[in-house]
Design a protein around this ligand. Structure first.
Ligand code: 4AD
Ligand code: MG
Length: 461
């Protein structure tokens, strides 16, 4: 029966016989003693195995065990004389579970993230990606914990859908194959030419519209699932497949929405510092100096709130020149977002009340006739991590806006229905899960915080 290395290292004192299993990070032999660092993914450091010629049969072979080999080891937990580790395992029995050839690509040295992306099947065994994916897993659990503590209902919205929530035309089409199987193109590749059982459907860009329906029944709800965007942007912050958390609250306005977003992000910062301390310390040391201090400051901060109009004024007065134009009515680009949050505010900032013409049809119109009750949360380094709004709950204004934008109304009949019977003011937002992880780990490329990135150039495995 194996014990996880993380659990073993948490024991209050040495002693006892234990079995661990994992993959070799490094092997070092001197004379009659050999040291193997074994990692099973449960923590960053792994554990040092100590092999002595006198007690380990086949010592000569085992003391040369290659990096990447899968091993099972049984031994006594003893206090380690070495610095930086409390315990080590004095081995009495060692089994090679799976050999690794010497050409194992993850040898003990620093590899570039670009190289590691090309071996996405192996990179979870590296220090950095071990830490990233442990953080990702823990944060996913923290998100459910946050909403569960507040009695939000967790709803699964469809992946295959006919509605383009954001209206940007960025859907991937979904097709079915004919009854006799996939037709082949001349070159032998599959011809994905059909519609979804006769209907035009795509992969969802957001679960919001369906989430709103559930909010109109359960009050407070959230979704947490994969979303897809066919935008061909090769940036470090965009992926074709990413995960989004979308809470939606009935009987709520934009201020309530921003309050929830602020509480949520602060909660996740505190959680990461508390529950992922070893990995956060690693990021602080190797990925971004000062990270822990930065995240702690956010956990304790009151987030600034700024009107879009004021944001434009700040940008126009900026003593730097931007690549993209700044003008009331234009959308903010990453460079603008970063300037606002890094130079003007020096921390997270909500930008509120954007011009209606650059935002989606469902956002609630403000009384000025030209802005909507939208909010984006901008943070240093990453820019936008949250986009949200109060929704247009007034049927006549919603229909009018849909017509203005020439969006076909018929396919949205069910959405419009929700404004007919018991419509309420309601609001919600979407947090990009990968952008959150980038923000909390200091990792600078979205491809490095998702296990198998789907971007214009990565879809192979
Ligand atoms: O601002 P967005 O497009 O908002 C919505 O989809 C709304 N329906 C959300 C809502 O109100 N329920 O996307 C929300 C967030 C962004 O702030 C960003 O963090 C992330 O999703 N995001 C992406 N992350 C990675 N790759 C992409 N291509 C992304 N597009 C958006
Ligand atoms: Mg947005």
């Amino acid at each position: 029966k194996r014990t996880l290395i993380a659990d073993l290292l948490k024991r209050p004192e040495a002693g006892g016989t234990h079995t661990v299993a994992g993959w070799v990070r490094s092997t070092r032999a001197s004379g009659d003693v050999a040291f193997i660092v074994l990692n099973d993914g449960s923590n960053l450091s792994g554990i040092q195995l100590v092999l002595e010629r006198a007690t380990v049969p086949d010592f000569d072979n085992l003391s040369k065990t290659g990096t990447g080999t899968a091993l099972q080891a049984t031994g006594e937990l003893v206090t380690s004389p070495a610095a930086g580790q409390q315990f080590e395992l004095r081995v009495t029995a060692l089994t090679v579970v799976g050999n690794a050839d010497p050409d194992y690509p993850l040898q003990k040295k620093r590899h570039s993230f670009e190289y590691l992306r090309s071996i996405a099947h192996l990179r979870p065994r590296s220090n950095t990606f071990g830490a990233v994916f442990r953080l990702r897993s823990k944060l996913a659990q923290a998100i459910h914990q946050f909403f569960s503590e507040r009695n939000f209902l967790y709803v699964h919205t469809p992946i295959i859908t006919a509605s383009d929530c954001e209206g940007a035309g960025e859907l991937f089409r979904v097709t079915t194959l004919p009854p006799n199987g996939a037709p082949r193109n001349e070159g032998g590749s599959i011809d994905f030419g059909q519609d979804f059982f006769g209907q035009k459907t795509g992969l969802t860009v957001s679960g919001q519209l369906e989430g709103e329906l559930f909010a109109q029944a359960f009050g407070n709800i959230y979704t947490f699932g994969p979303t897809f965007r066919a935008e061909n942007s090769n940036t470090a912050r965009h992926a074709s497949e990413f995960w989004m958390i979308e809470p939606e609250m009935a009987f709520s306005d934009l201020a309530d929405d921003a309050d929830l977003a602020e509480e949520f992000v602060r909660y996740l910062c505190s959680f990461a510092l508390r529950e992922c301390a070893e990995d956060m310390a690693f990021f602080d040391q190797h990925i971004e100096k000062g990270l822990i201090q930065r995240v702690r400051a956010v956990a304790e901060a009151n987030f600034a709130r700024m009107d879009y109009g004021d944001a434009i004024t700040h940008l126009q007065k900026a003593p730097v020149s931007f690549n993209f134009p700044v003008e009331w009515g234009l959308d903010l680009q990453t460079e603008h977002e970063r300037y606002l949050t890094e130079q003007v505010v020096g921390g997270p900032v909500f930008v509120l009340n954007y011009p209606k013409d650059i935002k989606a049809f469902y956002m609630r119109q403000n009384n000025d006739g030209r802005t909507v009750a939208a909010m984006d949360l901008l943070v240093p380094k990453v820019g936008e991590i949250i986009g949200g709004s109060q929704r247009e709950e007034r049927l006549d204004l919603l229909e009018q806006r849909i017509d203005e934008l020439e969006i076909p109304k018929e396919p949205l009949w069910w959405y419009l229905d929700s404004r007919r019977w018991g419509s309420t003011p309601h609001a919600g937002f979407g947090l990009g899960f990968e952008r959150l992880i980038m923000y909390l780990s200091g990792m600078e490329n979205i491809r490095d915080v998702i296990p198998f990135p789907r971007t214009p150039r990565h879809a192979e495995f």
